[in-house]
Design a protein around this ligand. Structure first.
Ligand SMILES: [Mg+2]
Length: 334
């Protein structure tokens, strides 16, 4: 059609009927282009999909003037407990990756892991900072792809809690997209969230095959034990929590207003960054509040006790409850 449309007028002289046909074609063509432009401008960023039906409910709640209109959740050890053993397996896999794929001396791995995690947010981000280069997908499939996902079981209590709140809900994890999808599926929560902000959302894909590792790996453990004021600590090219820059970028991508959002995470440092950018914060996994935490919960199942106003606001406007609404009972398993 495009070919005909653009070559037609120049090919031969035409009568009135032909002219009319061209005008009609041009009209529909411009309509199509306009629609494509609108669709393109509305297309959500990578890994963040908006459920339009949900968005409609969200707007109704907003108009009721509730204090919060979005819940933003970390994934691992927040939506399921640390006792699942997934975190320990993940650490083991990271160590094996460093040994087998990067050739790091086994005796140095525990200290290096710990330092990189502390200084850069994730061990992966730290490895890149000090000079290692590797394919991100390979790393994720080695570290996350081999996790014992079967240990995670459906959580109908959490599912009920989430579905009983007709406001926006999203995931913000440092892990990769495949891992997030598998965890949510195992927990039976894959349809409870508007979208997932994950590693791929904030970082460009890698092109490295692992052959570009610097011959000069920065000795971060040695540097931190005896810092040299003349030497700068290397920066990571990756964006991840708890970096304030990463968190601000995530909120921008998801169009989230920090002043109207509750953020849940099991990491105290992530909670502190979240508080610094204006989020209302809930530390999950312990009842001991830390600096920057507005609440602390042993389990995500306790959320209704910490934030009863969320359910009170939902109950005030029964006409906005979702059709798949469920009972408001909160079952506490701390
Ligand atoms: Mg976590």
């Amino acid at each position: 059609m495009h070919c005909r449309l653009f070559s037609f007028p120049f090919a031969f002289s035409f009568d009135q009927a032909a002219s009319q046909r061209i005008k009609i074609l041009a009209f529909f063509s411009s309509l199509l282009v306009a629609k494509l432009r609108i669709a393109s401008s509305r297309r959500p960023p990578l890994d963040f999909c908006i459920d339009m039906e949900f968005e409609g409910r969200y707007k109704k709640v907003q108009s009721q003037g509730g204090r919060f209109d979005c819940l933003l959740f970390d994934l691992d050890d927040t939506l399921y407990p640390l006792s699942s053993g997934m975190a320990a397996e993940c650490c083991k896999n990271i160590g094996e990756y460093m040994l087998e794929k990067l050739g790091i001396e086994e005796s140095k791995i525990p200290d290096l892991c710990s330092v990189l995690y502390q200084k850069y947010g994730t061990t992966m981000a730290g490895l890149r900072a000090i000079g290692y280069n590797f394919n991100y997908d390979d790393y994720h499939s080695f570290v996350h792809g081999r996790l014992p996902y079967e240990t995670l079981k459906p959580d109908p209590v959490l599912r009920q809690l989430l579905l009983s709140l007709p406001i926006r809900k999203a995931i913000f994890t440092n892990a990769d997209r495949d891992h997030a999808a598998r965890v949510l599926k195992r927990l039976g929560l894959e349809d409870c969230f508007e979208g997932v902000i994950c590693f791929e959302t904030l970082n460009q894909p890698s092109s490295s095959s692992g052959e570009e590792t610097s011959s000069n790996i920065f000795d971060i453990v040695g540097y931190l034990s005896k810092p040299d004021p003349a030497v700068d600590q290397p920066k990571t090219p990756m964006l991840c929590k708890p970096s304030v820059e990463a968190m601000e970028q995530a909120l921008r991508i998801a169009n989230i207003d920090p002043q109207r959002t509750v953020f849940f995470d099991d990491s105290a440092r992530n909670i502190q960054s979240a508080k610094a950018i204006g989020l209302h914060t809930v530390l999950v996994g312990t009842s001991q509040r830390v600096k920057g935490a507005d609440h602390a919960l042993e389990s995500i199942h306790n959320v209704r006790e910490a934030l009863p106003e969320l359910w009170e606001e939902a109950e005030k406007s029964s006409n906005i409850r979702p059709s798949n609404n469920v009972t408001m009972e909160t079952s506490v398993t701390a």
